[in-house]
Design a protein around this ligand. Structure first.
Ligand code: NAP
Length: 309
């Protein structure tokens, strides 16, 4: 009979793949389940400049492909696409369900990451894929010579603004305050770029267009003035929310739905660990996710060996 998995990892971004690399290298029988495509949000980033070891930067997809290759080299088994739909506790063991198939394991590492938040305004859902996008790396090239709006003032928004200037004729950043949240180095670059303008203190009320995006109604929060801005595309970068729906009420979550763990990455249920952007850490960075993935794998090993309760 086939031996049950020591560890099942749910999610194949930087945290999950690194956990897999560590667990497989520790000679634990390890299966990684990825619901969509490997690499997670990192694989939708055009250029990663702050991951150590790559002084000229490295493309997100290439970085993730390298980590995957390294993990597979040590024997990590990967199943993708395999969307986990629930986790059940069966005595000492945990059981992960994936579309009717049940996978038992001694320990589980959840590394399902986060997904882009939506604006939740009229027109957004209807025009998604027809001018509304959450991924500049995926869709940016479709907007050569076009006018764009980018919504948000964080690191993701500013990185993607800079990427989109390669294609777009002009970009207006619509931000709800009069100050960006992004790292200073990114701010310096966007302020220096002649293609980029700003609409401060403003929020999108509605996205306009029949078969494609044609514009947006924007409201200035200070003056209350509403106006229409014509645009060919709208890229939304207003933060992320954790992928935890499949967990139901199983684990303790924080107010925003991120998984609470101790310093060993152990969740409120012994033997279930969490790592990366799905965890309630204040720093959503690839380097942090990688560190947490490694910690979770080592902790899971100690748990299986009976050294961690
Ligand atoms: P974020 O840092 O949470 O920034 C979200 C931005 O969107 C903020 O400027 C926020 O405004 C705005 N916003 C939030 N909700 C909004 C709404 N409903 N309507 C309009 N605007 C809204 O999110 P992020 O940029 O996606 O980054 C997520 C995490 O990943 C962060 O920890 C970030 O540092 C990290 N990250 C790092 C890098 C990097 O290091 N190279 C790259 C990408 C992401 P306020 O500023 O007013 O709150």
């Amino acid at each position: 009979m086939e031996r049950i998995n020591d560890i099942i990892i749910v999610g194949g971004g930087p945290a999950g793949l690194t956990a897999g690399l560590y667990a497989a290298r520790a000679r634990l029988k390890t299966l990684l389940l990825e619901g969509e495509v490997l690499g997670g949000q990192a694989a939708t980033t055009e250029l990663v400049e702050n991951y150590p070891g790559f002084p000229d930067g490295i493309s997100g997809p290439e970085l993730m492909e390298r980590i995957e290759r390294q993990a597979r080299f040590f024997g990590l088994e990967i199943s993708a696409p395999s969307m986990a739909t629930s986790i059940k506790i069966k005595g000492e063991a945990k059981e992960i369900a994936v579309e009717g198939t049940k996978y038992p394991a001694k320990a589980v590492i959840i590394a399902t990451g986060a997904r882009p938040k939506k604006l939740n305004v009229p027109g957004e859902r209807e025009l998604q894929g027809r001018g509304v996008s959450y991924c500049a790396t995926c869709d940016g090239a479709l907007f050569k010579g076009k006018k764009l709006l980018v919504i948000g003032g964080g690191d993701a928004a500013m990185e993607e603004v800079l990427f989109l200037t390669k294609f777009a004729r002009s970009i207006l950043v619509v931000h709800r305050r009069d100050e960006l949240r992004a790292a200073k180095i990114l701010q310096e670059r966007v302020f220096d770029n002649k293609k980029v303008g700003f609409v401060w203190d403003s929020q999108i009320l509605r996205i306009l267009g029949e078969s494609r995006v044609e514009g947006a109604i924007v409201r200035n929060k200070k003056s209350g003035e509403e106006r229409e801005i014509k645009t060919d595309g709208i890229f939304v970068y207003i933060g992320t929310e954790p992928n935890t729906t499949f967990l139901g009420n199983l684990l303790k979550l924080d107010r925003e739905g991120y998984i609470v763990t101790d310093e060993n990455m152990m969740t409120s249920i012994p033997g279930i660990f969490a790592a990366g952007d799905v965890r309630c850490n204040p720093l959503k960075q690839i380097s942090v996710a990688v560190g947490e993935g490694a910690t979770a794998a080592i902790s899971a090993q100690k748990y299986i060996e009976g050294h961690l309760k």
